[in-house]
Design a protein around this ligand. Structure first.
Ligand code: HPA
Length: 396
């Protein structure tokens, strides 16, 4: 996977004050990928050290008042062209910088105050369709013993749980809010495993409960609240789905967005609201663009066929009628399933970063789909699914 990285984050002394901002998590990511270092200000030939620059209106001014708008634009243009030639799909850019800032930049008063916006280079790079994040995102998604990656596995995907080197097991019955009556299908255990996969700290939940079994939205999302309590900041949801014909094929998929067609919401129930600051949750980028880009990069590097698309969550448990399949297609849905959407809402309400992976086990609306046929198809893709998840964990 090819990643563009601000040179100062890799320890190069290219900042305006002659310093660097070496960031361990970014250096680690760069060491595990093909990294291309950029500094648009160096590319522009600006002196270093020099007074700080900030964006003021449409211009970039040094603290001395000198107008460096043209130099910043030239540096941005030449670096963006190099990045496009290099073929990066991800850019990790220095936060707040007037060149590289993503989301927030200095406000033009040279006082350290920030305003929503992007640096000149980030503005230019956005046109290349590259996922842009700051070092803060890479750091926030970095797993540790204090912040393991939560992995919730759906129908037929539970085998991944056997890869965990266990440290502790937690019976779902001991999880706050998990219904006391819930039992797994025969041959399965409702038991979370805390441990590591290839050395990466994880908590794996090898099965879930569903609305269609009569549980409430708060109950089906109790595992997510539990993961958050354990300190998990990243959460991977894996689910079996139907592929909407004309939109996606049977096989693996990365979820890009969702439509909640269940008519339920954990944030509309008292037990779902308990740990949440506000129920009015921003659902833009609910599936982390950073994690999606990593997953895409891993799939391409490993030669695993993976599509991408929007997930529609339905109540179930019956499969879709032809009219429903047509409606889902018209809505731009690629994958339809009976889980995940409420869990994603809960995870976002708790500020967690979400990766959604699916195994489309059948075509939505196909005759003679059964739970057993879903499991059989899941088995066929289990190895690729495991390689994909392990590859993502390695890069985090
Ligand atoms: N529809 C809904 N959920 C599913 C399907 C489907 O076709 N296959 C597996 N889960």
């Amino acid at each position: 996977m090819r990643v563009c990285v601000s040179a100062c984050l890799l320890g190069e002394p290219v900042r305006y004050d002659g310093g660097a901002k070496p960031t361990g998590e970014v250096m680690e990511l760069a060491s595990k990928t093909e990294a291309f270092r950029v500094c648009p200000e160096r590319a522009a030939g600006l002196p270093c050290p020099r007074p700080p620059a900030e964006r003021v209106g449409g211009r970039v001014l040094l603290a001395t008042g000198e107008d460096v708008t043209g130099a910043f634009a030239r540096g941005a243009e030449s670096c963006a062209a190099s990045v496009a030639r290099f073929g990066a799909t991800l850019a990790v850019l220095k936060a707040k910088s007037p060149s590289c800032g993503v989301g927030l930049v200095y406000d033009g008063t040279y006082s350290g105050r920030l305003v929503p916006g992007r640096g000149v280079f980030a503005d230019r790079l956005a046109r290349e369709g590259i996922c842009m994040v700051t070092e803060d995102t890479v750091r926030a998604c970095k797993p540790s013993v204090e912040h393991p990656v939560a992995i919730v596995l759906g129908s037929g995907l539970g085998h991944l749980g056997t890869l965990v080197r266990p440290v502790r097991r937690i019976d779902y019955q001991d999880i706050d809010g998990f219904p006391a009556t819930a039992r797994p299908v025969p041959g399965h255990r409702f038991e979370a495993t805390v441990g590591t996969i290839d050395g990466v700290p994880v908590v794996v939940y090898p099965g879930r409960i569903h609305l269609y079994q009569g549980y409430s939205a708060a109950e089906v999302t109790s595992l997510v609240r539990h993961a958050h309590h354990l300190g998990c900041r990243d959460i991977v949801f894996a689910c079996a789905t139907g592929a909407v014909p004309g939109q996606a094929h049977v096989g693996l998929g990365i979820l890009t967005d969702q439509i909640n067609l269940t008519g339920r919401n954990p944030l509309a129930e008292w037990d779902g609201l308990r740990d949440v600051d506000s129920p009015f949750v921003d659902m833009n980028d609910a599936y982390s663009p950073y994690l999606r880009t990593i997953a895409r990069g891993v799939a391409d590097d490993l030669g695993i066929a993976v599509e991408e698309g929007v997930y529609a969550g339905v109540l179930g448990p019956c499969f879709e009628t032809p009219a429903e399949v047509a409606a889902l297609r018209a809505l731009g849905v690629s994958y339809v399933g009976m889980s995940t959407v409420l869990e994603v809402i809960m995870a976002r309400a708790l500020g967690m970063s979400v990766l959604g992976l699916t195994l489309a086990a059948n075509e939505s609306g196909a005759p003679s789909v059964s739970h057993d046929s879903v499991l059989a198809t899941a088995g066929e893709y289990a190895e690729d699914f495991e390689r994909l998840v392990r590859g993502v964990l390695r890069l985090l």
